[in-house]
Design a binder for this molecule. Structure first.
Ligand SMILES: [Zn+2]
Length: 263
């Protein structure tokens, strides 16, 4: 009985080592700087909702990125890198959060700081300093002074596809203006609420002065990406959060194996 237990332990140990090693290879493939991994989080909290990655898992994920030598970049750097204006660092990763939940400040920020990682948070300005579950303007300013970039997630988080044009424009423009007024710098990137978008919405965003927009389309950003349909890899809470994290980082390979093409 003891022997079987020991063998089982060795098998589990080896397969864990194997999956870690494989993921490190995947990260190494991103190392030429032409593939950019964009992670998408919502909440970092010990809650049962699928949007909330448990705090210890988030810590382990950030430690994995830091230990793997990933360098966190900003949306501006991603844009300049894809345009050939700058050379991206090896293993570029853009860590993003949607919605601006308070736990981004209380739970995620100290962990990012601990590992020296930067991140970008897409904010719904009509919720800011209004609802207790969302951050305040003071907190956003403190984050920005410490390596976190704030960008727009529209004014009120509607499904843009269901709105008439003038309301789409209001959502995109008023959120941009309000954030610029409060934070004192240009807001040029957008994350579509619920990830839904189409070419028409992308065109309006471009007209209003946005340089790029992020979706929840799975994949890794590269030179074939559309600036207004940038791919992200969503990380959710599940019974196997860490396994999913490693697998999702490795998904790029599977996309290409199945002949997946960028649009
Ligand atoms: Zn959202």
């Amino acid at each position: 009985m003891k022997k079987i237990f020991l063998i089982a332990l060795i098998v589990i140990g080896l397969s864990f080592y194997h999956s870690q090693a494989q993921n490190l290879d995947e990260i190494a493939e991103i190392a030429d700087g032409s593939k950019i991994l964009v992670l998408n989080y919502h909440q970092v909290a010990n809650s049962s909702t699928y949007l909330a990655v448990p705090i210890s898992d988030f810590d382990a994920q950030m430690k994995f990125l830091a230990d793997s030598g990933c360098v966190t970049i900003t949306p501006d750097e991603l844009y300049a890198g894809l345009n050939g204006e700058i050379e991206l660092p090896p293993k570029p990763v853009l860590i993003t959060f949607d919605d601006g939940y308070i736990d981004n400040y209380t739970n995620a920020f100290p962990i990012l700081k601990k590992y020296g990682l930067r991140a970008t948070i897409f904010i719904i300005p009509s919720f800011t300093s209004v609802y207790p579950n969302y951050m305040t303007w003071e907190q956003l300013k403190e984050l920005e002074a410490n390596g976190i970039t704030i960008e727009s997630h529209t004014l009120t988080h509607p499904k843009l596809e269901e709105l008439p044009d003038d309301e789409i424009r209001n959502e995109l423009l008023n959120s941009k203006n309000l954030l610029e007024e409060q934070l004192g710098h240009p807001i040029e990137f957008l994350a579509y609420p619920t990830g839904t978008y189409n070419l028409h919405i992308a065109g309006i965003a471009q007209d209003l002065g946005y340089k790029g927009a992020f979706t929840i389309k799975y994949g890794v950003v590269d030179k074939g990406s559309n600036f207004f349909a940038l791919e992200r890899v969503p990380i959710f809470h599940s019974p196997t959060t860490m396994k999913d994290f490693y697998e999702r980082i490795a998904w790029r390979q599977s996309f290409e194996e199945f002949g997946w093409k960028k649009r």
